[in-house]
Write a protein that binds this ligand. Structure first.
Ligand code: SF4
Ligand code: SF4
Length: 332
């Protein structure tokens, strides 16, 4: 019988043990319906998710809600929106109660005196020119000043098709300001001209991402198996999509057969009652979804399928380690 122990040598087994018991139960919270940017292709605004619920304004209701979430078993709160830093009191309510991750555009600086070790992921959509087209400004110029050298911050770099062959200078800029970076791919939810992926671009960007990992191993938080799965949409011969997606809100997940999924995962709207379909756009065609977190989780929840060969299991461990590093559950 093939087991974890039979596939791994001592060193890999130690790595496996380090992540095997993390038992993460994450959920996602829209902290607000507002943002200080309006990016073309933002899944939140393009799918109308900012209109489905009226934002709860009473901080005590947020505090009670977070306590209930904790009691429900959530041990990692992922805060998105809208722009979470527009609501520092809600941010603080989460941070005081739960391990918290804040996804921000980085234009507003989180006060480290109040949030000393809160993980912060700054969205970045390519080099300055792409950012001006898609987001209206070169956000890096501002966010890098706010967060340079911060040990609890990394860039979440959404690569667009126009970035193929050009990502190295972006990674280098990030390295030069003493931050780290995780890579994902644009899904182009608003159909911006020239920003749809072609098969050959996906092939090329996969190898470029691999190359960046080899060249900047201390800066890029990633692994090659993740690059393979996110660019091909394939894992162990299976295709990513609605019937495989792990990141669907549990309370409305009626899929049959039920795929392997994130246990207790819910994405809450900012009224603290409404839930969204999944971790990203409510209107996105799953066949076009390139969501990095969903692909990463897809691999992670399918451990059993990877207990097949040594290489398959090592791939799974590397993806899990990548996830754990992104939330600093293990050291960088
Ligand atoms: S900064 Fe984020 S939430 Fe705001 S519009 Fe851009 S992608 Fe959407
Ligand atoms: S859009 Fe993506 S994350 Fe959402 S259900 Fe579809 S495949 Fe999953």
């Amino acid at each position: 019988m093939i087991t974890v122990s039979s596939l791994l040598d001592k060193e890999w087994h130690e790595r496996y043990k380090r992540i095997a018991n993390l038992n993460i139960r994450s959920s996602i919270y829209d902290l607000t319906n507002r943002c200080n940017l309006r990016c073309k292709g933002c899944f939140f605004f393009s799918s109308g998710e900012h209109k489905v619920a009226k934002e709860e304004m009473d901080i005590r209701k947020w505090e009670d809600f977070i306590d209930k979430e904790k009691a429900r078993g959530v041990n990692l709160a992922i805060l998105i929106g809208g722009e979470p830093t527009l609501c520092m009191d809600r941010l603080e309510a989460f941070y005081k109660r739960l391990p918290t991750y804040c996804a921000t555009n980085g234009l507003i600086k989180v006060d480290r005196a109040k949030f000393p070790d809160m993980m912060t992921g700054i969205s970045l959509w390519g080099g300055g020119e792409d950012e001006k087209i898609l987001r209206g400004k070169d956000t890096f110029a501002i966010s890098s000043k706010n967060y340079a050298g911060d040990p609890y911050t990394y860039y979440l770099y959404t690569i667009t098709p126009k970035q193929v062959g050009k990502i190295e200078p972006v990674i280098k800029r990030i390295q030069d300001v003493g931050l780290k970076v995780h890579l994902q791919l644009l899904s182009n939810d608003e159909g911006v001209d020239g920003f749809h992926w072609q098969p050959e671009e996906l092939r090329d960007i996969r190898f470029e991402m691999d190359d960046m990992l080899d060249k900047f191993p201390r800066t890029v938080i990633s692994c090659k198996y993740y690059h393979e799965v996110i660019t091909t949409g394939k894992m162990m011969g299976r295709s990513f999509g609605w019937m495989e997606c792990p990141s669907v809100t549990e309370t409305i997940d009626n899929r049959k057969p039920q795929p392997k999924r994130l246990i207790r995962f819910i994405r809450w709207a900012s009224d603290l009652q409404t839930v969204h379909r999944c971790c990203t756009s409510a209107t996105r065609d799953c066949a076009t979804c390139k969501d990095g977190a969903a692909h990463m989780s897809w691999i992670m929840v399918n451990k059993r399928a990877h207990i097949r060969t040594t290489k398959d299991l090592q791939n799974w461990i590397e993806v899990y380690e990548m996830f754990a590093k992104l939330y600093r559950l293990i050291p960088w």
